[in-house]
Ligand binder design. Structure first.
Ligand SMILES: Cc1cc2nc3c(=O)[nH]c(=O)nc-3n(C[C@H](O)[C@H](O)[C@H](O)COP(=O)(O)OP(=O)(O)OC[C@H]3O[C@@H](n4cnc5c(N)ncnc54)[C@H](O)[C@@H]3O)c2cc1C
Length: 468
């Protein structure tokens, strides 16, 4: 253990004997990796590369404040740890950092009048949603990592769920939050629904991946459980006509919560399974809310899809997608195999760039991959996001790591070159930090660094994440 860490832990044990602290090698190994694909390769290579010196599991925000104040005093580096489902290397303990696991922050408080509920940073998406459902509410937030990602991590990475077209991303869903700053101060943002009182401070933390503070509570917007929910499918002659149909209903303010358009290649297996016409592209749509509104949305979406050459395929395909929506087979199985590597690179672009971004990302990856899947599943008034999922195989896990880095570089650079960004919702971590300046520009990075240097001059909190 690093000397400074040893002194820190010794002092904590003395002053806070009730504090849960893990220092055994097995425990440190469990926390050492999240779900960044390269971490799978490190597991399969010899000794694991980077272990945290210790993991602390505080039971309250007040204890986190003390831990950070003391860490500042003793110059101890810290990594906040949520559900460990992060996929961009945001929790790699490259410098034997101490991890702070937020799992004991389990507050749940509902305010039906304000249509909000508070989630402690350590509640998983599924736990919070079940508690809401019991009271007759939903947050509409269903990321695929629903059962493992927790609210602190999801706010920190600005996560998104599959019902996003209606309910939005974490930055749309969070009304207010509480955060411990690197020196131990606690900031609570105002609960008013809108502010014109300087920058809305919650946005310094949503998507900041723990570099500016540890989020302890998130106040989410909530909605009554829907009266009606229905899924359906259409096939389109090609990806272009599918995207045009979606752009047309989005610009009129029609927002079915689930919109998932698969390109010609990823559609193939779905077409086979569902017995649809070969060579077409599949779209699954999901609607929920008041029954009359659902039926009106369906009617309007159907008119627009049919006008763009679609065939209506009924409810079966959409229902099947819904039943399997949390399955991550395929991608993660590839990462676990010898030499195998896979990842979903998710970027966003304006409507007039998204098709080129998709085509070019697919083109650059295909020569190095067994196969590449692409779909569009988060849509906005001004553009869309595309997932480009590569699956590649090398001879061993060292070459697998190299191959991963090559594919990531090709994909991100193809996005940037064609008008897309670096990440739509998985975040940057350490994996994509090199490209951040291309998205934000020199002045943008200057601003991010200036804030970091002011509030955390020794870069003790999540050093290296976002390149800070
Ligand atoms: C199979 C699979 C499916 C996925 N599906 C989705 C999806 O549908 N949508 C989506 O958006 N993402 C998805 N992801 C990515 C991942 O689940 C998200 O990035 C998630 O938000 C991470 O949350 P976590 O609690 O696991 O965070 P962690 O992995 O623990 O941490 C992520 C980052 O946030 C920081 N952090 C954690 N807690 C805090 C805190 N309290 N305060 C400040 N910083 C903190 C960490 O230091 C780290 O940098 C998926 C990942 C996997 C493996």
């Amino acid at each position: 253990m690093k000397k400074s860490n040893e002194e820190y832990i010794k002092e904590l044990k003395k002053e806070m004997p009730q504090l849960e602290i893990y220092t055994q090698k097995e425990e440190r190994l469990i926390y050492a990796h999240a779900t960044f694909p390269v971490e799978y390769k490190w597991i399969l290579q010899e000794d694991y590369k980077y272990l945290p010196d210790a993991i602390i599991v505080p039971e309250s925000e007040a204890v986190i404040a003390e831990l950070l104040a003391k860490a500042k005093q003793k110059k101890v580096s810290v990594i906040p740890y949520g559900g460990g489902s992060g996929i961009v290397g945001g929790t790699i303990a490259e410098e034997q950092e101490i991890m702070i696991d937020t799992k004991k922050l389990r507050k749940f408080e509902i305010n039906p009048t304000n249509c909000t509920a508070v989630a402690g940073a350590g509640l998983t998406g599924a736990e919070f949603e079940n508690m809401l459902n019991e009271k007759g509410y939903t947050s509409g937030h269903y990321p695929q990592s629903f059962q493992s990602a927790v609210f602190g991590g999801m706010a920190a990475t600005d996560a998104i769920g599959t019902f996003s077209t209606k309910y939005g991303k974490m930055d749309d869903m969070v009304n207010s939050l509480r955060v411990v700053l690197p020196d131990g101060q606690v900031l609570s943002t105002h609960k008013a629904p809108r502010k014109s009182s300087g920058p809305d401070l919650k946005y310094f933390f949503i998507g900041s991946e723990g570099v500016y503070g540890i989020i302890t509570e998130v106040e989410m917007k909530i909605y009554p459980l829907p009266e009606k929910r229905v899924f359906e499918a259409f096939t389109f002659p090609d990806t272009h006509s599918g995207l045009e149909a979606v752009r047309n209903f989005m610009r009129q303010g029609i927002r079915p919560p689930v919109v998932r358009l698969y390109d010609e290649v990823e559609s193939e297996s779905k077409i086979r399974a569902l017995g649809y016409e070969k060579g077409m592209c599949v779209i699954f749509l999901g609607y929920e809310g008041l029954a009359e509104m659902v039926e009106l949305e369906r009617k309007k979406v159907k008119e627009i899809c049919l006008a763009h050459g679609a065939n209506y395929k009924g409810e079966e395909g959409g229902n099947k997608w819904f039943e399997n929506r949390f399955s991550t087979k395929g991608m993660l199985e590839y990462d676990r195999e010898k030499g195998g590597t896979a990842d979903a690179i998710e970027v966003a672009a304006p409507w007039d760039k998204i098709e080129n971004v998709w085509k070019e990302m697919r083109n650059v990856l295909e020569p190095f991959c067994d196969y590449v899947d692409c779909h569009f599943s988060h849509f906005y008034h001004t553009g869309a996001s595309v997932y480009v999922i590569f699956h590649a195989k090398a001879d061993d896990d060292y070459q697998g790591e190299e191959l991963y880095r090559k594919c990531l570089k090709l994909a991100v650079e193809a996005s940037l070159k064609n008008g897309g960004n670096v990440s739509h919702h998985h975040g940057i971590g350490k994996a994509k930090a090199n490209w951040l300046e291309e998205e934000h520009g020199e002045a943008g990075i200057y601003l991010m660094k200036a804030l970091k240097e002011k509030i955390d001059p020794d870069k003790l909190l999540n050093r290296g994440v976002l390149g800070l």
